[in-house]
Design a protein around this ligand. Structure first.
Ligand SMILES: Cc1cc2nc3c(=O)[nH]c(=O)nc-3n(C[C@H](O)[C@H](O)[C@H](O)COP(=O)(O)OP(=O)(O)OC[C@H]3O[C@@H](n4cnc5c(N)ncnc54)[C@H](O)[C@@H]3O)c2cc1C
Length: 374
């Protein structure tokens, strides 16, 4: 088989580049995807039992400050007016996240004004000082004081990493955002924000619906690569360490698992994502996707829930582990990647980076302009 461009992975990185090559360069694109669907980790589908659309790999909220990315994506979808906020449950009470003035006032039972917060927290931090924090626990206490750390960070971090924060490197957190006001919006880059009106999968269907694009799902690149002649370039958005057959070892990933539950209540928790800050229960979050589409007025009397658990599962890479060991391995893989003249690496797996959707789309648009079109 012959193609001008071969693209590995039908997530946003691969789909944007495929669309640009076909529509602007008028060249043939073959896109191979090892899963049985397009959309990568942004894949959405309707749950058959409840009729509710959900995001199979975890709740995805589109948000960006980039007009360029927003306008590009708007060719393929409209967005609803969903606006993301995150709540967390601690000791059977619900608080706003990230920590803001409402969180602090409810938690301490005080009524601080914005200009009083810094002094209040400085007093808390002074009670226990770590000028050179040796681990995540000391770092977090030095940033927000022990009570807020124990309520909102300790148990959640322990569940996320399956390790006590005192055994985790301080470098995992640079800062813990604390807002001195009542701003409860989750994203600080939320100039454009929402959920695609017809779900994410519809965006991918529209992007890839072009006579010059062939999509092969359930197809692993490594099983077909020797059977395909690529005239121009391969664009690879799979794991970079796998591409080089783990020559420098495996890059570590943190993973998550979702347990599907149908709730007998039409509205179970009143919001799309509820965090659970304490060590118990074992899940980190409950997702209730009906809240992502307020415009749909779902009539079902049941609701669909997903309980999220953190775990280590190399088969489902979700979040890169940014420690020194992985940094060194990644640099070695990047050196190897530079030598592959006919292959371009990108996307979250190809660069071993956590990227939000808008960043991956921006990366794909820029790679197209600088390394494919020119
Ligand atoms: C739990 C979670 C929640 C998130 N929530 C948000 C959010 O709210 N907002 C936001 O902006 N971003 C969010 N993100 C980030 C978002 O998922 C990524 O930005 C996006 O998926 C990256 O797209 P991609 O194309 O780089 O990677 P992917 O979407 O992972 O696509 C890569 C594709 O390559 C395929 N592939 C890999 N190897 C091979 C192979 N050998 N052969 C063929 N195919 C292969 C994979 O199967 C996959 O489909 C979240 C991420 C996670 C983990």
């Amino acid at each position: 088989m012959e193609t001008d461009y071969l693209i590995v992975g039908a997530g946003f990185f691969g789909a944007v580049i495929a669309n640009k090559i076909a529509s602007e360069l008028k060249k043939k694109v073959l896109i191979v995807e090892k899963r049985d669907h397009i959309g990568g980790n942004c894949y959405s589908k309707i749950d058959e039992e409840t009729g509710i659309e959900h995001h199979v790999y975890g709740t995805h909220i589109f948000h960006t400050n980039s007009k360029n990315v927003f306008e590009y994506l708007s060719q393929f979808t409209e967005f609803n007016s969903y606006y993301h906020q995150v709540l967390t449950t601690h000791n059977d009470r619900v608080y706003q996240m990230p920590i803001n003035l409402e969180t602090i006032n409810s938690f301490y039972g005080v009524n601080l004004k914005p200009f009083e917060v810094d002094d209040f927290l400085a007093e808390e931090k002074a009670k226990e000082q770590y000028p050179k924090p040796k681990n995540l626990e000391e770092k977090a206490i030095s940033l927000i004081g022990r009570p807020l750390y124990e309520a909102f960070i300790k148990g959640y971090t322990q569940k996320q990493w399956q390790k006590d924060p005192s055994e985790l490197p301080a470098s995992i957190i640079n800062r813990l955002p604390v807002r001195n006001n009542y701003d409860e919006s989750y994203f600080n880059n939320g100039r454009y924000q929402g959920i695609p009106l017809d779900g994410y999968t519809a965006i991918f269907e529209r992007m890839l619906d072009h006579e010059l694009i062939t999509v092969k799902t359930s197809t692993d690149y490594f099983s077909i690569k020797d059977k395909i002649t690529v005239n121009e370039k391969t664009i690879y958005s799979g794991p970079i360490d796998l591409y080089f057959n783990y020559t420098h070892g495996h890059l570590d990933w943190r993973s998550v698992r979702f347990e599907r539950v149908v709730s007998p209540y039409k509205d179970f928790q009143g919001t799309s994502v509820m965090n659970f800050a304490d060590e118990s229960p074992a899940y980190t979050r409950i997702h209730e996707p009906r809240h992502l589409h307020p415009e749909r007025n779902y009539t079902e009397s049941q609701s669909l829930l997903f309980y999220e658990y953190s775990e280590t599962n190399p088969e489902e890479p979700y979040y890169p582990v940014n420690n020194q060991e992985n940094k060194v391995k990644l640099e070695r893989y990047q050196e190897l990647a530079k030598k592959e003249e006919k292959v371009l690496f990108g996307g979250r797996l190809g660069t071993y980076s956590y990227y939000d959707m808008d960043q991956v789309i921006g990366q794909a648009l820029s790679l197209f302009e600088t390394q494919i079109k020119s």
